[in-house]
Design a protein around this ligand. Structure first.
Ligand code: ACM
Length: 262
């Protein structure tokens, strides 16, 4: 068994330093975890009013005090953290998820499927998502609206991901229907860490959750409270891709019939 947590926060748009302090206080409340997942754009907030505001709150991970704060908790807990991050890379901004351990940034995924006005601020990631072997679990990362693309999930599950960390800023109600079904269809765990609060007429839905490989939703957070939730899971369950003794979610596919759709 391993211990996993999500942090459901409320970043303050454009106020990185105050957001860092609030996130730090919440992380201090976690006393044991192997893996902690934070929301999308957890360092900066989401619904920027201008490109200038997005740029002003973007950070290069190598000089970021937010990343240093995450590293401090990685050392304290001997944990890995996945956090949404407004990433400055050269002249471009990416809506990224960073994998942070006690030594620093061990992985980065840049959001591929940009949602609504994100295109005004961010470049899309152009690389296939990697699966990271953390020793205790094989980890994939997706960010919020990426959930709408089933091929993406299958790509990661077929590369061995047992758990997808899913930093989110969900504003519609669809993910609670779709993500548990994708967890079941790929026989994987998903930790959706969503945020709460509102920014410039956009309300975020909270209700962070763990989806189990059997499709059950567990440890659902409230809609409007900043909370941390810590739970135990058995990653080995995600290695069994059978849905009955005689049916396997990958081996039973008939790609000879529908490969052209992929
Ligand atoms: C979203 O992708 N932030 C909905």
């Amino acid at each position: 068994m391993i211990t996993v947590a999500y942090l459901q926060t409320s970043p303050l748009l454009g106020k990185n330093s105050k957001t860092l302090d609030l996130t730090n206080i919440m992380l201090k409340g976690i006393l044991h975890a192997d893996l902690i997942v934070l929301p999308e754009l957890a360092n900066s907030g989401y619904n920027f009013i201008s490109k200038e505001q997005a740029v002003a709150s973007a950070e290069d991970p190598s000089g970021s005090s937010f990343v240093e704060m995450l590293m401090k908790h990685a050392r304290r807990l001997n944990a890995n953290l996945v956090s949404g991050f407004n990433e400055l890379a050269g002249d471009g901004l990416y809506n990224s998820a960073l994998l942070v351990n006690k030594e620093g940034v061990a992985g980065c995924y840049r959001k591929t499927h940009l949602f609504m006005h994100e295109r005004d601020f961010f470049l899309p990631g152009n690389e296939a998502p990697l699966v990271y072997d953390l020793g205790f679990v094989k980890l994939g990362m997706q960010i919020c609206f990426d959930y709408m693309f089933p091929e993406f999930w299958q790509h990661m599950a077929m590369q061995g991901a047992q758990l997808i960390a899913h930093p989110s800023n969900l504003v519609t109600h669809y993910a609670w229907k779709v993500v548990p079904a994708l967890a079941l269809m790929n026989r994987i765990y998903v930790v959706t860490a969503n945020r709460i609060g509102a920014e410039n007429n956009l309300s975020f839905r909270g209700r962070s959750f763990l989806a189990h490989p059997d499709g059950a939703v567990k440890f659902k957070a409230p809609a409007k409270e900043a909370v941390a939730s810590v739970f135990s899971i058995d990653p080995s369950i995600a290695m069994d891709k059978r849905v009955t003794l005689l049916n396997h979610v990958f081996n039973d596919r008939r790609t000879d019939l529908y490969d052209q759709l992929l």
